[in-house]
Write a protein that binds this ligand. Structure first.
Ligand SMILES: Cc1cc2nc3c(=O)[nH]c(=O)nc-3n(C[C@H](O)[C@H](O)[C@H](O)COP(=O)(O)OP(=O)(O)OC[C@H]3O[C@@H](n4cnc5c(N)ncnc54)[C@H](O)[C@@H]3O)c2cc1C
Length: 575
């Protein structure tokens, strides 16, 4: 890791934010043979000075893979976990360019549990209106009797409003939705929940939310984007997990970027940036960072802010882009999206006690705050693993008000003698912020001696150790898991780690477009919010593939192709 003296340094490009969009942009720029823009140019054999400045102590951002002791062949995903076969940028990068090992993820197994309103059902019963504890309308009951399943109720409702949607996909679907109207009002001005309420009962809506697994369906987000997202997931799409974790993507890009001469500066929080002239008399910007060694400023010809909405809000609102008086339209665009909380906790056990209820893969669902329970797997059943190692993991995954429930089981970071300053203390760790918190008392995992002891293994281990779950949170999760499975004698968990992504500087795990905004226009405008200043913004938050790495890569590619004039990557899969 280079950590050179940055005082008075001048760069061609400074990228702030080392999540996937930031490190990908840096990697693409350093690998480009030719760049020719009004603000920088590069020909073959000429090196540009490019640096990534990241506030935390790691590259990866909301991709956060981890490994507890005793699981040498398994990787947890505390942040983003999977990509989808239909995601062109992500799947091409992983499969064609980086060639990272991956495997298909099972999601909905017929035998898995749906525990709702105190009734314990199995997935295959979701078409049987007689056993569903919901008071559905006659029409909804009839539709289920035709062999349809409760989790598809949302699609059925949308098709009643727009019968053409089921015949469209990709760009054609997006164009249709952008022009669509409902009650003579453009669709983008409607909230998704509002339009569903026109054609489905509240009971059916509650049932759909429970069985889809996400309460964020109730966020009433922009109807255009919600429908596009829903219908892009046809039954033929496949989900993939990376064997070494999704974090392997930013990590591989980081290594290649540094090998090619790029600089990565960790523990450097951007405070603000302003217009400035450079030593050769040309125009550029000066950025101020808070680092372990104190404040540092660097100059650059161009800036890429690769960060979500909340991170932008936390910067000092001054300068040509963020000063709301100088650039009110930027504030308007920043407000077009809303962060959404997602919460994940992993519990590790000595053996998979849940398997006695006949569940072993995919996920079970409940309306308890734990919501989605993924059977993450048994170490001994992984390829190449020791079959005697029965160490097992379960992941609970939920959003919105359920995240609030789990958030309540953290101790407040504030209290007498325990104040938090902004910017975050350099090299902060969740654990140190929550110093009053009683962490889960980790117990020795069997087979811990077999752990992978190399650079990647150490990194995964550190990610796990840095995020211990509070004791009462882990034990409440354990209790809800037992209730859901109707098991009275499960052994207590030995290890627990979690992350609440609503913490700064993220403000939420993912983002949704608010109704009233034309996302397909802001998508482009936000990538260069002010015409006469070379500051570019990318990341998942202002993409039209929100909630996915695909969105982070989408906006990064707009910055690279439209503003830095790079050609389309040659590893992209053709349709
Ligand atoms: C729980 C969860 C589940 C998810 N599931 C999936 C999934 O299954 N599949 C999928 O594709 N996607 C998933 N996602 C979304 C995916 O993880 C994100 O879309 C993607 O990682 C976002 O990348 P980014 O570069 O836009 O932003 P980020 O990853 O948020 O990166 C921003 C970076 O900027 C840094 N930063 C912020 N402010 C400053 C500052 N002032 N100075 C310096 N640095 C700063 C941050 O520390 C961070 O590293 C999930 C996300 C979460 C949290």
């Amino acid at each position: 890791m280079k950590n050179e003296q940055t005082k008075n340094a001048e760069y061609d490009v400074v990228i702030v934010g080392g999540g996937i969009s930031g490190i990908y942009t840096a990697w693409r720029l350093i690998m480009a043979e030719k760049i020719n823009t009004p603000f920088i140019s590069k020909s073959k054999d000429q090196n540009l000075r490019i640096a990534v400045f990241e506030g935390s102590d790691r590259i990866g951002g909301r991709l956060l893979s981890a490994r507890p002791p005793g699981f040498p062949n398994m990787t947890c995903e505390i942040g983003g976990m999977r990509y989808v076969s239909s995601q062109k940028l992500a799947s091409s990068l992983i499969e064609n360019k980086l060639n990272l090992p991956r495997h298909e993820q099972n999601v909905d197994e017929p035998i898995n549990i749906v525990y709702t309103r105190g009734h314990r059902l199995r997935n295959y019963q979701l078409s049987d209106s007689d056993v569903l504890p919901y008071n559905l309308s006659e029409k909804e009951t009839e539709w289920l009797k035709e062999g349809n399943t409760a989790s598809d109720l949302i699609g059925w409702a949308v098709e009643q409003l727009f019968p053409d949607v089921k015949t469209l996909s990709g760009e054609n679907l997006e164009k249709f939705l952008q022009k669509a109207t409902l009650d003579d009002i453009p669709l983008y001005q409607h909230g998704f929940w509002n339009i569903l309420a026109k054609v489905m009962s509240n009971e059916a809506y509650q049932l759909a939310k429970t069985t889809v697994g996400y309460d964020s369906l109730g966020m009433n987000a922009n109807a255009v984007n919600s429908i596009a997202e829903y219908f892009n997931f046809t039954p033929t799409v496949k989900y993939y997990l990376l064997n070494d974790g999704y974090d392997a993507v930013p990590w591989t890009l980081q290594k290649q970027f540094e090998e090619a001469g790029g600089e990565v500066h960790l523990n450097s929080w951007l405070q603000c940036f302003e217009e400035s002239s450079l030593s050769d008399g040309s125009g550029g910007a000066v950025l101020s960072f808070k680092t372990e060694g104190g404040m540092k400023s660097v100059k650059t010809k161009s800036i890429v802010l690769a960060m979500p909405k909340r991170s932008l809000e936390l910067l000092q609102q001054k300068g040509p882009v963020l000063d709301p008086v100088k650039a009110p339209h930027v504030r308007f665009m920043m407000n077009s999206v809303e962060p959404v909380d997602l919460y994940k906790i992993f519990l590790a056990y000595e053996f998979p006690w849940w398997e006695k209820t006949y569940v072993k893969a995919g996920r079970s669902l409940t309306d308890l705050p734990l919501r989605q329970c993924y059977y993450w797997g048994v170490e001994g059943q992984q390829p190449g693993a020791d079959p005697n190692n029965k160490n097992s993991m379960i992941m609970a995954y939920n959003d919105m008000s359920n995240s609030e429930f789990w958030g309540g089981l953290r101790d407040s970071p504030l209290g007498p003698g325990n104040t938090i300053e902004w910017p975050l203390p350099v090299n902060h760790k969740i654990r140190s912020l929550l110093s009053k918190n009683k962490s889960f008392e980790r117990k020795p995992m069997p087979h811990a001696k077999t752990d992978q002891a190399d650079e990647w293994g150490d990194r995964l281990k550190k990610n796990w150790e840095d995020r211990p779950a509070p004791h009462k949170m882990a034990m409440e999760m354990h209790r809800q898991l037992m209730e859901m499975h109707h098991v009275k004698d499960a052994p207590e968990p030995l290890e627990a780690a979690y992350m609440d992504w609503s913490d700064d500087p993220y403000g939420g795990a993912v983002h949704f477009w608010n109704s009233g905004y034309k996302s397909w226009e802001i998508l482009h405008e936000m990538t260069r919010p002010v015409d006469d200043f070379p500051c570019f913004i990318c990341g998942e938050a202002y993409s039209t593939n929100q909630t996915w790495v695909e969105g982070a890569l989408q906006t990064a590619e707009i910055v690279l192709q439209k503003h830095f004039k790079l050609s389309e990557p040659d590893w992209l899969k053709n349709d």
